[in-house]
Design a protein around this ligand. Structure first.
Ligand SMILES: [Fe+2]
Length: 490
């Protein structure tokens, strides 16, 4: 048997190639399908079947593109609502490639149609579990992406509990290959960056599997959900309809780009914030493309149905960024800025570059002590409650496009410094504010709010009404308590 895990590191998504006898099955293919085609060519494999473990809510599947490139049949769970599906799968169905069998196990929870695949070789013993978004390494999937209210989320969590109990009946040695790794928003906060595990290891160490009481599992799971991926319903709809998203990216000169920008297109500049500050196309949005989560950040701030232009370090980098954006459903990418900023300046004297400003933690601490600036804290509510600058303005960064008036009011009274935990969210936030005409804004560089402590700024904890009550941990299994750390701030 031939087996490969193929990752999209930006989204923390994992897909799989299982092959035997020259035939291959691809499970949960990512948007950029070149790697599967290249693997197939190199190893003499014909991709005959594509299986989706579920309708994805955080990324656009590469299944339609891979099917178009290979002629492979697309198989999904019966009732998944995927228009282009060739095969409907039910619990207990099997897909054979050569002497290898993939057996379907219905594992509802993350979504109602969710399935896992148990891979057995000629001996008949199961060796691999491709479990999509059910069991994850160190975590379990979130149950709230297919539902719209708390009660339905509880029901989904109950389904997930039962699905996981079923998977735990498998032998310890069966390898666990999940649909997501750390960095994904499809699992809880303890999701490990490790690519795989075993049923036995998870049985002994996964905090959520240690909870044997269904009600406790449901409460614990729903109390620790990370932020939702952006535009979940739209992504599900794209995956159901299989809308082809083009990636034929044209190289555009400065005049073409300017026309597009004047017509409302957004230029996404994926370079590092320090370089963006030294010079950029006016009005462009700076979302660093070398940090995981680039595409999700873009989809949070920019309408993926709107026209976009990308700019990376060079043409190859721009195409990489465009592919990452395609994976979250940017359907109207018009092209890349040819020759980057140099190409922009070549447009003529009216093609000026804009600059931006930043301060380091020591400077910001001086400004805070002097009451000479407002800190705009764009971290999540949890991060804010763990420690923030007294008097700072808190707008979680995903809410920023809808709360510009608050920032505008603060900036009218004096400079605003945008801060997060590490700078990854502050840079896009600051560029968004300038794009919206709020000029009196800069960002905190080389660190985040916590680094201000080293320069004498005291952080206060709790929200406007004091600290929120935390889940009661008494009575939980020791492993569960030990594993309650939330996702590290990005
Ligand atoms: Fe998912």
């Amino acid at each position: 048997m031939f087996f490969r895990q193929v990752l999209n590191d930006d989204l923390g998504c994992a897909s799989y190639v299982v092959a035997d006898g020259g035939e291959a099955v691809v499970v949960d293919p990512k948007w950029d399908v070149e790697e599967y085609l290249e693997l197939g060519g190199r190893h003499g494999l014909r991709i005959t079947t594509i299986v989706e473990t579920h309708v994805h809510a955080d990324h656009v599947s590469g299944a339609p593109r891979l099917a178009a490139a290979t002629g492979a049949a697309v198989a999904v769970a019966a009732g998944a609502g995927v228009e282009r599906a060739d095969l409907d799968l039910l619990d207990g169905d099997a897909i054979d490639v050569g002497g290898t069998r993939l057996t379907v196990i219905a594992t509802p929870g993350h979504r109602p149609e969710h399935l896992s695949l148990l891979v057995s070789e000629r001996t008949g013993e199961p060796t691999l579990l491709l479990c999509g978004d059910s069991l994850l390494v160190g975590e379990v999937a979130r149950p709230d992406l297919a539902v719209h209210d708390e009660r339905a989320a509880q029901e989904a969590a109950r389904s997930l509990f039962r699905s996981l109990r079923r998977l735990l009946e498998l032998p310890d040695l069966v390898e666990v290959w999940p649909g997501h790794l750390g960095g994904s928003l499809c699992g809880g906060g303890s999701l490990s960056p490790r690519p795989s595990s075993t049923v036995g290891y998870e049985r002994r160490t996964n905090p959520m599997l240690a909870i044997e009481n269904e009600e406790l599992f449901v409460r614990r799971l729903l109390a620790s959900l990370p932020e939702r991926p952006p535009r979940v319903e739209r992504t599900v709809e794209l995956n159901r309809r299989g809308v082809p998203v083009g990636d034929d990216l044209r190289a555009l000169d400065a005049a073409q780009v300017r026309r597009l920008l004047r017509a409302g297109a957004v230029l996404i500049d994926g370079r590092e914030p320090d370089e963006f500050e030294r010079g950029h196309v006016p009005g462009s949005l700076n979302v660093p493309g070398n940090r995981a989560g680039f595409a999700t950040r873009c989809a949070t701030l920019v309408d993926p149905d709107g026209e976009t232009v990308v700019l990376g370090y060079d043409e190859r980098d721009s195409r990489r960024l465009a592919s990452l954006l395609g994976a979250v459903g940017f359907t109207r990418m018009r092209g890349l800025l040819q020759d980057g900023l140099a190409g922009w300046s070549r447009g003529g004297p009216e093609y000026r570059r804009a600059t931006a400003a930043s301060v380091d933690a020591a400077e910001l601490a001086r400004l805070v002590a002097a009451g000479a600036a407002t800190v705009l804290d764009v971290r999540s509510v949890d991060e804010w409650e763990r420690g923030h600058v007294r008097g700072s303005l808190h707008v979680p960064w995903a809410q920023l496009p809808h709360r510009l008036d608050e920032v505008r009011a603060a900036a009218g009274a004096g400079p605003v410094v945008v801060a997060c935990a590490s700078g990854v969210r502050a840079a896009p936030a600051a560029s968004l504010l300038r794009r919206e005409g709020i000029e009196n804004v800069c960002r905190l560089r080389d660190g985040g709010v916590a680094s201000l402590v080293y320069f004498g700024v005291e952080l206060e904890t709790g929200g406007p009404f004091g600290s929120r009550p935390r889940p009661i941990q008494d009575g939980w299994p020791a492993a569960a308590v030990a594993g309650t750390t939330r996702r590290a701030a990005r």
